[in-house]
Write a protein that binds this ligand. Structure first.
Ligand code: NAD
Length: 448
C-alpha cells in the first residue's frame, strides 16, 4: 500500500502499517523529508516512531520515494495524507494539495486501485475526488475512491494508529469496502488478538467526511466551554479546576478535554472548525454552526488573558494599544501546542510569546522538542537552550505547554535563578501550594 504525503499523519501510518506486516511505500513532494525518512530519521518528534522506522526499513517492508509513477505502480491501495491547511484568503480549507496529488496519481495508475482519502476535508470532497479520478485515470481501470477520516492524536500517534478506537469509512461499492477492510486487516487482527473491540462504521462519503469535523467541533467546544467557565470564575471568584473536577464526575460530561488553560491549537482543531463553518455556510447551513465562531473567539481570548495577567503581575500600565510591558523580562516555558510533540502550528504558547513580545517584553522561549519549528515560525523571539537558561533573571515565568519537565520543575531551584518569583500557569498544570510556599506569586487560568 502507498501513503501519499508523509507529514505527521502519512509518516506515522506508513511506518505503523509496515510494522503490521504490509509492504509499504511513502511518497512526498518534499525531497528533504523523503531523504531523511529513507535514511532512517523521522523528520518530526513522535514518541516510539524512530525505532519502528529503523526496524521496518531494515526488514525491507518500507521505503520512501518522490516518484509518483513508482508509487502508482506499487500500490493497490493509495492513502491520501496530504495537508489541508486553512486558505490564506478565508476560513475554508485549501484543497490544492489534494487536487495535485490525486490528479498526478490518477494519471500514473495502470491497474485498478482504491484511493482512500485520510486528510481532513470539507464535506463533498470525496465526490469531487471521484470526479477528478474519473477525468484523469484511464476509465477502463475502474479506479475507486473511499474516505476514511483519521483521529490520531500527536504524542500518542503510534498507539492510535495501531490501536484506533474506531475505523470510519465512506464507500460507494462493495469492492471498495472489501479492499478497505483488507487494508485494515492487520489492525483488526491485532484488536482480535488482544481481545479488544474495534468498531468499524461503514457509511456514505458525506457522513464519513462529517464525522471527522464533527468530532473536532465537539472537542473544541468542550475546551472552549470550560474556558468560558474560567472567564466567569475569574470575575466571580470561583476556581475552574475544582469546577471541572466536579463536572467531570458526571459520566455524561466526563473529565477529558475539560482543562481550562490557554486553549486549543495545533494543525487541526483551529483550521478544522473554521473550514467546517465555511463549508456549512456554502451549503446553506451556516446558522447551525454559528456557535463555532464563539468557540473560536473564547479560545483566542484566553491568549490575551495571559497578556493581561502578565501586565497585572508586573504592575505595568495599559495604554490605548493594550498593556505596555517594556523593560520586563519574561521566560516562556513551552512553544508546541501540546506536550510530546514538536508541532507549533497555531500553538497558543508561541502565539502568547509573540503577544508578550509585541507588548514590549523581552521574551525568552524554551521548549523540549519544539525549538527548531518555533525558530522558523517566530524568528524574532529569543530562544534559550535549557529550562535553566530561559528562566535566568526573569521577572515573570509563563508555563504555556504542560511538558512533564515543567510540571515537575522544582520551584525552589528555579526561584534562585529568577529576578522575581512570579509565575503564570497557563495550563493549570502546577500545584499552586508548592509554588506559593516557595515564595512565588502564582496566577492560574480561572483560579482565584
Ligand atoms: N497531524 C494530525 O494529528 C492529524 C490527525 C488527523 C487528521 N489530520 C489531517 O491529515 C492531513 C495531513 O496532516 P499532517 O499533520 O500530516 O500535515 P503535514 O503538513 O505534516 O503533512 C502534509 C504532507 O503532505 C505533503 N504534500 C503536500 N502536497 C503534496 C503532494 N502534491 N504530493 C505529495 N505530498 C504532498 C507535504 O510535503 C507534507 O509532508 C490534514 O488534512 C490534517 O488535517 C492530521
Amino acid at each position: 500500500m502507498a501513503f501519499l504525503g508523509t507529514g505527521y499523519l502519512g509518516t506515522t501510518y506508513a511506518i505503523c502499517f509496515a510494522e503490521l506486516g504490509y509492504e509499504v511505500i511513502g511518497f512526498d513532494v518534499d525531497i528533504d523529508k523523503i531523504a531523511r525518512l529513507a535514511d532512517g530519521e523521522v523528520p518530526f518528534h513522535e514518541p516510539g516512531l524512530d525505532e519502528l522506522l529503523k526496524r521496518n526499513l531494515a526488514a525491507g517492508r518500507l521505503r520512501f520515494c518522490t516518484n509518483l509513477a513508482e508509487t502508482a505502480d506499487f500500490g493497490d491501495v493509495h492513502f491520501i495524507c496530504v495537508g489541508t491547511p486553512q486558505r490564506v484568503d478565508g476560513m475554508g480549507a485549501d484543497l490544492s494539495h489534494i487536487e495535485a496529488v490525486v490528479t498526478g496519481l490518477a494519471r500514473h495508475l495502470t491497474r485498478k486501485a482504491l484511493i482512500v482519502g485520510k486528510s481532513t476535508v470539507p464535506v463533498g470532497t470525496a465526490e469531487w475526488v471521484e470526479q477528478l479520478v474519473g477525468k484523469h485515470a484511464p476509465a477502463e481501470l475502474g479506479v475507486e475512491v473511499a474516505w476514511s477520516p483519521e483521529f490520531l492524536q500527536e504524542g500518542f500517534a503510534v498507539e492510535d494508529v495501531l490501536r484506533p478506537n474506531r475505523i470510519v469509512v465512506g464507500v460507494n461499492s462493495e469492492w471498495a469496502s472489501r479492499m478497505h477492510y483488507a487494508a485494515h486487516k492487520g489492525v483488526l487482527d491485532l484488536a482480535a488478538t488482544e481481545d479488544r473491540e474495534l468498531p468499524v462504521v461503514v457509511t456514505d462519503f458525506a457522513t464519513a467526511e462529517l464525522v471527522k469535523v464533527a468530532a473536532n467541533a465537539f472537542l473544541a467546544t468542550k475546551v472552549s466551554f470550560i474556558n468560558a467557565m474560567a472567564e466567569v470564575c475569574e470575575v466571580a471568584g470561583g476556581d475552574v479546576t475544582q469546577l471541572a473536577r466536579a463536572l467531570g464526575y458526571d459520566p455524561r460530561i466526563g473529565n477529558r478535554f475539560l482543562q481550562a488553560g490557554v486553549g486549543f491549537g495545533g494543525g487541526c482543531l483551529p483550521k478544522d472548525i473554521r473550514a467546517f463553518q465555511a463549508r456549512a455556510q456554502e451549503l446553506g447551513a451556516g446558522e447551525a454552526l454559528r456557535f463555532l465562531h464563539e468557540v473560536d473567539l473564547i479560545n483566542q481570548r484566553r491568549r490575551t488573558r495571559v497578556l493581561q495577567l502578565a501586565a497585572d503581575l508586573l504592575a505595568c500600565r495599559s495604554g490605548p494599544a493594550g498593556p505596555d510591558l517594556s523593560g520586563t523580562r519574561i521566560a516562556v516555558l513551552g512553544a508546541t501546542f501540546k506536550p510530546n510533540s514538536d508541532d507549533v502550528r497555531d500553538a497558543p504558547a508561541l502565539a502568547v510569546a509573540a503577544l508578550l513580545a509585541k507588548a514590549g517584553a523581552y521574551v525568552h522561549v524554551y521548549d523540549p522538542q519544539g525549538m527548531h519549528n518555533a525558530r522558523r515560525a517566530q524568528p524574532d523571539l529569543t530562544y534559550a537552550p535549557t529550562m535553566t537558561d530561559v528562566v535566568r533573571d526573569a521577572d515573570l515565568v509563563c508555563v504555556l505547554t504542560e511538558w512533564a519537565d515543567f510540571r515537575n520543575a522544582d520551584p525552589h531551584a528555579l526561584g534562585t535563578l529568577v529576578t522575581n518569583r512570579r509565575i503564570i500557569d497557563g495550563r493549570n498544570c502546577l500545584d499552586p501550594t508548592l509554588w506559593i510556599q516557595a515564595g512565588w506569586e502564582y496566577r492560574g487560568m480561572g483560579r482565584p
